[in-house]
Design a binder for this molecule. Structure first.
Ligand code: AHM
Ligand code: MG
Length: 335
């Protein structure tokens, strides 16, 4: 008999502890998980199904759309519009807010997602992932959802997570009661609890940043990264450098080993590169739930008020002490 805890069982157990939990929310998570499994299937067959490479189109962020991005985006939009728990969605690949059409059942939740983060790594068989953030429509909202109802700070998220497509497929999820990791058992097609109660070590021994941008950083960013070149790490040695270039993969390593992932602003990207609502917020929610921290150098990511769907933010995320070291340097440099 299989005595492992399935993700379904785990969600039901946790739901009982939350007075606000509804069947609607559970249904939303099931359909998200199903979408993740469908994308995982396509990603693992990428080379075989001839879906590698770009579609030739440019997305709203001015980046080349890879075929798999496009497929992942369409899977998410199709499945999640039908789940009955949502009133609106926003995807990294879509310029505007997507309101659930009248022919589908509507719910109280808003889903923000990056369908395939790290897509520049698809062609080289490196980990990619789907990142998601779940918000609730503010009380009293009725009729067509407005953009203002969607532009909520990250602390209002009711759940967040990602599906990481790597050597094995993993779901990392928080509904506000810690962070739990599930590994897909391809034999039975079910996510099984493999990493209960994930916590980020208080300090780490790895820093992660694209140092190719150094010449464009300001003094605070240079000093922050320089700190990790010289300060002693948690193991008493020097910090080691690791940079995959897939945020979801770099964050997953940080969640398990600790350390810090940094994407500072630079001259070409004064607000950094990463998207607040579909990348920084969900990962910041997970980091804090795992006893880590997430900051833009000057303020907590989860307190930032987005001014548009695709707002960007600098990001410093990971072990509490490592993020605090960066914040202390930024505080010294002032505004
Ligand atoms: P994207 O693949 O959704 O466009 O996400 C942006 C990616 C992140 O996954 C990654 O951390 C970062 O961009 C890498 O940027 P860079 O190549 O500038 O270091
Ligand atoms: Mg991304």
């Amino acid at each position: 008999m299989n005595t492992e805890v399935t993700v379904t069982e785990h969600i039901l157990l946790h739901q009982k502890k939350s007075p606000h939990a509804t069947g609607q929310f559970t249904g939303l998570l099931y359909d998200l998980i199903l979408s993740g499994k469908s994308i995982a299937f396509r990603v693992t067959k990428a080379g075989l199904l001839d879906v590698l490479g770009g579609t030739g189109e440019i997305n709203v962020q001015g980046e080349n759309v890879q075929k798999l991005d496009d497929i992942a985006n369409r899977i998410m939009l199709y499945r999640m519009e039908r789940c009955g728990a949502l009133c609106a969605m926003s995807s990294e690949e879509e310029p505007d807010l997507i309101r659930v059409r009248p022919e589908f059942p509507h719910g109280d939740y808003i889903l923000i997602f990056d369908p395939l983060d790290g897509s520049s790594n698809i062609d080289v068989n490196v980990n990619v992932g789907t990142i998601f953030s779940i918000l609730r429509r503010p009380e009293g909202g009725s009729g067509e959802v407005t953009l203002d109802e969607v532009l909520q700070p990250g602390w209002k998220q009711v759940a967040a997570g990602y599906v990481l497509y790597g050597p094995s497929t993993m779901l990392v999820l928080s509904t506000g009661q810690g962070v739990h990791g599930f590994t897909l058992d391809p034999g039975v097609g079910e996510f099984l609890l493999s990493h209960p109660d994930m916590t980020i070590p208080e300090q780490g021994y790895i820093y992660s940043v694209n140092e190719g941008n150094r010449q464009n950083w300001d003094d605070a960013a240079r000093e922050a990264v320089e700190w990790f070149h010289t300060a002693p790490a948690s193991n008493g040695k020097n910090y080691s450098a690791r940079y995959v270039g897939s945020l979801v993969a770099d964050f997953h390593r940080t969640l398990i080993y600790g350390g810090i992932y940094m994407y500072p602003p630079d001259r070409a990207k004064p607000n950094g590169k990463l998207r607040l609502m579909c990348e920084a917020n969900p990962l910041a929610f997970l980091a804090e739930q795992a006893k880590g921290k997430a900051s833009d150098g000057r303020m907590r990511i989860l307190d930032k008020q987005p001014d548009k769907l695709h707002a960007r933010t600098p990001l410093f995320i990971g072990s509490a002490r490592d993020v605090e070291a960066v914040e202390a340097i930024y505080a010294k440099h002032g505004r």
